[in-house]
Design a protein around this ligand. Structure first.
Ligand SMILES: NC(=O)C1=CN([C@@H]2O[C@H](COP(=O)(O)OP(=O)(O)OC[C@H]3O[C@@H](n4cnc5c(N)ncnc54)[C@H](O)[C@@H]3O)[C@@H](O)[C@H]2O)C=CC1
Ligand SMILES: O=C1[C@@H](O)[C@H](O)[C@@H](O)[C@H](O)[C@H]1O
Length: 335
């Protein structure tokens, strides 16, 4: 008899399958017991490969049957599945974005508040990345003085054809929204999303790349280039500029080789390589916290605040102007 936390995963595409392997093979105190995905063949193949994992067709039934849940379904499915986790009192690590818009995200925050518990952790894994964590520690130490600016680059090799302009804001830029709120420890008051001449290597009408400007409530500014069809590989960089110095992460320069007339390092293909250690730390810490019914990471409120910024960001992209972020008063929602 084991007291391991019995985990169920909803959605086993790229991210869900990665988490399944993580929970099954290298997370202590947890056991993967069930998966659910409308693509039954995909769920069955994964369950078979991982041994001892049940396939449950209905995600709401999975929620009822396990101790804790990882949601890795597409963002549009998160709200209903999160509400079911709250109804059953189940701790849940929900992949970002919390939901696809500010309104539904706020409903989730309110519903969680009614339970009187912190059950939802949002998968903003960069907070667990050793490089980002070191940057946060350095900025918080005050050694560089006050942080004034952040320059961010977020590039994916390619994305699915269904990934339209809005998704670049809600699904990709949302990471920098969280990074800026976290590093500055401040809210984003205003966002502008510019759409430069798009790459010709994507479908008609897709605005890629995008250049976003976040104006923080306290006056600092962050800029973000987000380019999801960069072709080369996965690159995430952040430079913080402070009063007495600057600090940069994500240069990917740990191994430089000279070979066949070239020198340089490798560019990872996607986030599973670059942020693998961050997901490992994130899931292990969530499991440890969930075992006592809590969380240890970005909260539902963080997910809501990010959704509110992205909602304003999509409006800015559509209307071609800066848009103020409408954020509910935290004290009114959470008491
Ligand atoms: N933290 C991170 O760096 C990353 C987070 N993500 C997030 O993970 C989630 C999943 O993304 P991917 O794995 O890239 O997508 P994906 O398209 O590879 O996989 C999604 C899976 O969910 C299944 N699905 C569709 N509708 C569903 C529903 N209603 N209920 C349950 N399952 C459903 C699909 O059949 C598919 O197997 C998204 O929220 C995404 O934003 C994705 C990539 C990286
Ligand atoms: O979260 C992720 C994906 O969903 C998103 O589509 C990518 O742009 C991000 O780089 C990745 O970290």
């Amino acid at each position: 008899m084991t007291s391991d936390l019995r985990i169920g995963i909803i959605g086993v595409g790229a991210m869900g399958a990665d988490h399944a392997e993580r929970v099954a093979r290298r997370t202590s105190g947890a056991r993967l017991v069930a998966v659910s995905d409308p693509d039954a063949a995909r769920a069955t193949a994964l369950a078979t490969a991982l041994d001892g994992v049940q396939v449950i067709g209905d995600p709401l039934q999975l929620i009822a049957e396990v101790d804790a849940v990882i949601i890795a379904s597409p963002g549009f499915a998160h709200a209903e599945q999160l509400m079911a986790c709250l109804e059953h009192g189940k701790p849940v690590l929900c992949e970002k974005p919390l939901t696809m818009d500010a309104e539904s995200a706020l409903r989730v925050v309110e519903a969680e508040h009614k339970t009187g518990r912190s059950l939802i952790q949002v998968g903003f894994m960069r907070r667990f990345d050793p490089e980002y964590a070191a940057l946060k520690q350095l900025l918080d130490s005050g050694d560089l003085g006050r942080t004034l600016l952040l320059h961010n680059v977020h590039r994916n090799k390619t994305v699915a054809e269904t990934f339209r302009s809005e998704m670049i804001v809600r699904d990709s830029l949302v990471h920098e929204v969280d990074v800026a709120r976290w590093l500055f420890d401040d809210e984003i008051a205003r966002i502008t999303v510019h759409a430069p001449k798009p790459t010709s290597l994507v479908g008609e009408g897709v605005l890629d790349p995008q250049l976003a400007i976040f104006e923080m409530a306290g006056g600092a500014i962050a800029d973000v280039e987000v380019f999801v069809n960069f072709q080369v590989g996965y690159e995430v960089r952040c430079e913080a500029v402070a009063e007495k110095g600057s600090a940069t992460i994500g240069l990917g320069v740990d191994v430089l080789t000279r070979q066949a007339g070239h020198w340089g390092g490798a560019v990872p293909d996607d986030f599973r390589v670059r942020f693998g250690p961050a997901y490992d730390i994130e899931v292990q810490r969530w499991v440890n916290a969930a075992a006592s019914g809590g969380i240890d990471g970005p909260t539902a409120w963080d997910g809501y605040a990010a959704a509110a910024v992205c909602t304003a960001g999509v409006q800015s992209l559509t209307e071609g102007r800066p848009v103020e972020v409408e954020l509910a008063r935290r004290s009114e929602v959470l008491g």
